[in-house]
Design a binder for this molecule. Structure first.
Ligand code: HEC
Ligand code: HEC
Length: 107
């Protein structure tokens, strides 16, 4: 009985180390020149927090490619309903709105 639990415990550890662990914060700073000009810090995307609320396929691959730095995000696109501003996201009542700049652009 105890050995069974041990085996299960080891399995969980092994599985989490090969990719079931949540991703942490992802920093968006490709547009560092525009960000500096506007006096805005880079945007921080809390991946784990979003994993808790949504399914992977809610975002990947339609809204965001699942590769760090592979998405050309701008505020113009966000405001036009792409990326962070996609329907059901930060352009809808379901999440804080795009005008709350410093909820994403965090020092
Ligand atoms: C929901 C999150 C979010 C909110 C809210 C948000 N932004 Fe952004 N913003 C981003 C992301 C992500 C990028 C991409 C940054 C990069 O890749 O360098 C970005 C990029 C930018 C850029 C640089 C690129 C560009 O489009 O010029 C500026 C300037 C900017 N944001 C200003 C703002 C301002 C001002 C506000 C508030 C009116 C705001 N942002 C609100 C997520 C957000
Ligand atoms: C709310 C949207 C959202 C959800 C839900 C989401 N992701 Fe992501 N994911 C992103 C964003 C945004 C990025 C960063 C893309 C970038 O840097 O351009 C990302 C990046 C990634 C990356 C690349 C990491 C790297 O270091 O290159 C992987 C892998 C990934 N996600 C897998 C997943 C998996 C697996 C799930 C479900 C458990 C998931 N994502 C759920 C938005 C999401």
């Amino acid at each position: 009985m105890i050995r069974g639990w041990l085996v299960a415990g080891v399995l969980v550890l092994v599985l989490s180390s090969i990719g079931f662990a949540k991703l942490g914060n992802i920093i968006f700073d490709d547009k560092i020149e525009s960000l500096k000009k506007a006096g805005m810090p880079p945007a921080v995307f809390p991946h784990a927090k979003h994993e808790d609320i949504y399914k992977c396929e809610d975002c990947h691959p339609n809204i965001f490619k699942d590769k760090r730095g592979a998405n050309d995000v701008t505020m113009h696109k966000n405001m036009n309903g792409e990326f962070c501003g996609a329907a059901e996201c930060h352009n809808s009542p379901k999440a804080f709105p795009l005008y709350m700049c410093n909820k994403c652009h965090i020092k």
